[in-house]
Design a binder for this molecule. Structure first.
Ligand code: NAP
Ligand code: GLV
Length: 308
């Protein structure tokens, strides 16, 4: 069995190849792909080049080394080959930490106290009722569900929006375009955890931001292309939004001089809300290859038609 891997330079492929080889229950040649590599049975990839797939005529499956598959599905992939993505693999806990931090920082006004401290001002503000800060999660999937539980455990009222309608215990779920306005009207802290698809691109725009409760706050841990950046800046500048914590931008890294870098109402982080963890990711990918080789179902299959 041959497994071809493609990782961007910052991921350091060496430990990945070693871990996959060590854990694989079958004898496998595991190698970092190069243009003269022989064709492989399985591909493990993050942000691969098109040339990687052009050189793979006999793949049995493609594994994304992350949760989102928008960059992968934007390529011309071999027809009919199943694509699998990571499910949680240690990312849900990181997401919960990041979003809880951003929501608490806003609601408890830690950003305001940081600014006071920088000026040497000992100023106290009256406490704000947590009930005035309902959180709306755009996306209630593998990562959204544990994030909802983490926020609820801190006392936040949480509701969510998804594509398919169902009635989960302990949370109001809105769905589809029909449910979006009601979801937004009920939201003070908006969190984007959607996959980037043709349906969700540019979803954060003037029309959606205007429907949030006044003085709303926006947290984006999904993809930069969910956001019309000029509309977001306008909402921040006209006071419709109190602030934003952004882990992603349309172009990454955010270019020098981009208005997000120095905006007083924006906290920008470099796409670190939930990082792929090598051990957890490799365990999941190896278990899935093992399942496929034994003729069993593998988990985390992407619906290539829906885009997630
Ligand atoms: P997931 O399990 O596939 O969940 C996606 C959720 O979005 C589901 O609830 C789905 O609805 C909903 N959704 C999809 N299309 C929709 C539409 N058109 N309208 C309404 N709801 C829609 O994905 P996940 O594992 O939670 O990951 C979510 C995203 O997080 C990833 O795609 C990735 O972009 C991002 N991410 C970012 C980082 C980071 O560090 N910043 C790290 C990991 C992941 P249904 O439940 O009805 O299917
Ligand atoms: C990171 O952004 C991921 O999708 O895993």
């Amino acid at each position: 069995m041959r497994i071809a891997c493609y990782f961007p330079a910052q991921m350091d492929s060496g430990p990945w190849l070693e871990a996959i080889k060590t854990r694989m229950p079958f004898q496998a040649d595991v190698e970092a792909w190069h243009p003269n590599s022989p064709a492989a049975d399985y591909a493990v990839a993050w942000q691969p080049a098109q040339a990687f797939f052009d050189a793979q005529p006999r793949l049995k499956a493609i594994f994304a080394a992350g949760a989102g598959v928008d960059a992968l599905l934007a390529l011309k992939l071999p027809e009919g080959v199943p694509v699998f993505r990571l499910e949680d693999a240690g990312m849900a806990a990181q997401m919960a930490e990041y979003i809880a931090f951003a929501a608490l920082r806003h609601y408890r006004e830690f950003d305001r106290y940081e600014a006071h401290a920088a000026q040497g001002n000992w100023v106290r503000h009256p406490p704000r009722p947590l009930g005035d800060y309902p959180v709306g999660l755009l996306g209630y999937g593998v990562l959204g569900q544990p994030v909802a539980r983490a926020l609820q455990s801190l006392g936040f009222a949480v509701h969510a929006w998804a594509r398919t309608q169902r009635s989960p215990a302990g949370l109001r779920l809105f769905s589809g375009s029909a449910g979006l306005s009601e979801f937004l009207n009920a939201t003070r802290i908006l969190v984007c955890m959607l996959p980037l698809t043709a349906q969700t691109q540019d979803i954060i725009c003037r029309k959606t931001l205007e429907q949030l409760k006044p003085g709303a706050y926006f947290i984006n841990v999904a993809r930069g292309r969910h956001v019309v950046e000029d509309d977001l800046l306008e909402a921040l500048n006209n006071g419709q939004l109190a602030g934003a914590t952004l882990d992603v931008c349309r172009d990454e890294p955010a270019p020098a001089g981009h208005p997000f870098w120095n905006h007083p109402k924006i906290l920008l982080t470099p796409h670190i809300a939930a990082t792929t963890l090598l051990d957890e990711a490799v365990a999941q990918i190896v278990a899935n290859i093992d399942a496929l080789e034994r003729g069993n179902e593998a988990s985390g299959r992407v619906d290539r038609r829906l885009g997630y």
